[in-house]
Ligand binder design. Structure first.
Ligand code: 45D
Length: 152
C-alpha cells in the first residue's frame, strides 16, 4: 500500500469516500477500456451488477453506501469474495452506469470536504501505477469483513 493515503482515506466521512471514488473515476476511470475489463473476471459479478441496476435509485445508492461502510448485507458479503481486480471492475461498471443515468448519480451540488479535496490532489499527483494501487487498496477495504466493525 502507498503509506498514509489509505489511512487518510479511511478517516474521511463515508460521503467523502464515495465522492472521492467517483471523482477518481471521472479523472482516471474514463481511460479504462472494455478490453481492459476482460482481465477483471466480470462474469462473477454480472448477476450482482444486474440486480443493482434493476433497483430503484434510492436503493442503488444505499447499496453503494453499505459497501463503503462495510455493512453486513448479502451484497456486501458477496462482494467480499471477489478479487481486487473484480472489485475494481465492479465499481467501474457502477460508475459507468451512473454516468449514463442507469444508476443513481451523485447530487450535482455535492462538495467534498477540504481534507477530501487535498487527498484527491495527492492521489492525482501519484504516477499511474500508484494510482491504481491506491484504488485497489480502497476497493479491497469495502464490503463486509467479519473482522472489521462497520462504519456509521
Ligand atoms: O447524496 O489490472 C455522495 C481492471 C454524497 C482490469 C453520494 C483494472 C451525497 C484489470 C457520497 C456524493 C480494468 C479492473 C450521494 C486493472 C449523496 C486491471 C453518492 C483497473 C448520493 C488495473 C455517491 C480498474 C456515490 C480501475 C453513489 C482502475 C458514489 C477501475 C459512487 C477504477 C461512486 C474504477 C462510484 C473506479 C465510483 C470506479 C460508483 C475509480 C466508482 C469508481
Amino acid at each position: 500500500p502507498i503509506p498514509g493515503i489509505l489511512s487518510d482515506f479511511n478517516r474521511l466521512s463515508l460521503e467523502d469516500r464515495l465522492a472521492l471514488l467517483w471523482y477518481a473515476y471521472t479523472e482516471t476511470g474514463r481511460t479504462i477500456t472494455r478490453a481492459a475489463l476482460g482481465a477483471a473476471s466480470m462474469a462473477l459479478v454480472e448477476g450482482m451488477l444486474n440486480q443493482i441496476k434493476q433497483m430503484p435509485p434510492a436503493e442503488q445508492t444505499r447499496v453503494m453506501f453499505d459497501l463503503a461502510r462495510r455493512a453486513d448485507t448479502p451484497i456486501s458479503r458477496s462482494y467480499g469474495y471477489f478479487s481486487a481486480n473484480t472489485k475494481l471492475g465492479f465499481w467501474y461498471q457502477l460508475a459507468e452506469w451512473m454516468a449514463q443515468g442507469t444508476v443513481a448519480p451523485i447530487p450535482t451540488n455535492y462538495q467534498m470536504s477540504t481534507d477530501a479535496q487535498l487527498l484527491f490532489e495527492s492521489i492525482k499527483n501519484l504516477d499511474g501505477g500508484q494510482q491504481i494501487q491506491v484504488l485497489r487498496d480502497i476497493v479491497l477495504n469495502m464490503g463486509f469483513d467479519p473482522s472489521v466493525v462497520p462504519d456509521e
